[in-house]
Write a new protein. Structure first.
Length: 308
């Protein structure tokens, strides 16, 4: 809870949190507000959660997407500490804590597809451009992007190409990006693309305009084949995670001291159910399960947290 504070001590050449210095820093806030030390620290975390909640709303609610229709995946070293609280704010269930969340980005980087894209500014009203010209520009861009993958020794037979177009209404600065299927474009023309743009605009902003549409940018994206990665299953247990318990710990949640169980994630098996409040520790991250919530371990070792 105090891990976000800047007061640290250099020990043995490493930067580590110094509890005494952290408490001293928080005590300044606590005294100024007339709060206890732990309540002030909890308030700092609440503010952090609200900031992240705002960022999640930006990519969901403000894009016309209801987060209650989706699960919330937590990754990074600190993500699983906040995920349960964020899901409670969003209404997104379950919270999915994958195995090795702290190295998930590195894992993704090691297994990602090679990709290159080429784009061209192409500001034209629909009324002043033809389908053949748009298709020709897209094909030129595709050749440019494919050449970059050629230089990475990716055979053309293993390359796949997709196209995007940035559109806006005439006189507006805001653009929206749509996928572009060249064969569909040849069959149905730009009006079908414009109709999809109108629907997306209405979804995001609740209205569309009866005004001229403009192309702004054309883009080709060329990718190599995806890496073939198989998810490893873990051994099945008896639903009781006691074998992984490492003891107890007092935690300050919802303005009260509560008893939490500490679990070593390496000892959890498929089918185990972790009742909150609980803390799950592993080499690269720490997961917090809040009171009145529980985490179920699936056959691939993911922890799925939901209200109880």
């Amino acid at each position: 809870m105090l891990g976000y504070l800047p007061e640290v001590a250099r020990l043995g050449g490493e930067m580590r949190l110094d509890r005494n210095l952290a408490e001293r820093a928080v005590s300044k806030v606590a005294q100024a507000l007339g709060f206890s030390l732990k309540r002030a620290a909890a308030g700092i975390i609440d503010i952090v959660n609200e900031k992240m909640f705002g960022a999640l709303r930006l990519v969901s609610v403000q894009q016309g997407i209801d987060p209650r229709d989706y699960a919330l995946v937590a990754f990074g070293g600190a993500g699983p500490l906040h995920a349960n609280a964020l899901a409670r704010l969003l209404g997104s269930w379950p919270v999915i804590i994958p195995r090795g969340p702290g190295v998930l980005c590195a894992y993704g980087d090691a297994t990602t597809r090679l990709r290159d894209e080429a784009s061209r500014t192409f500001v034209r009203p629909f009324s002043q451009v033809g389908v053949d010209e748009v298709v020709g520009v897209c094909q030129d861009l595709a050749q440019r992007a494919a050449h970059a993958l050629d230089n990475e020794n990716v055979p053309r037979s293993e390359q796949s190409t997709s196209f995007e177009v940035d559109l806006r209404y005439h006189g507006q600065g805001m653009i929206l990006t749509l996928e572009l299927d060249l064969e569909e474009l040849k069959r149905n023309g730009l009006e079908e693309v414009g109709a999809r743009f109108d629907r997306m605009h209405a979804q995001l902003y609740t209205f569309s305009l009866n005004s001229g549409r403009e192309l702004v940018n054309l883009r080709a994206v060329v990718q190599g084949q995806p890496a073939v990665v198989s998810a490893q299953k873990i051994e099945h247990g008896d639903s009781n995670p006691r074998r992984a318990a490492k003891g107890g710990q007092k935690v300050f949640i919802d303005n009260a001291e509560q008893d939490a169980v500490i679990y070593d994630r390496a000892g959890l098996l498929a089918g185990d159910r972790i009742a909150g409040p609980a803390v799950v520790i592993e080499m690269d991250s720490t997961t917090l399960v809040l009171p009145e919530h529980a985490g179920a371990v699936d056959r691939y070792g993911n922890i799925l947290i939901q209200p109880v």
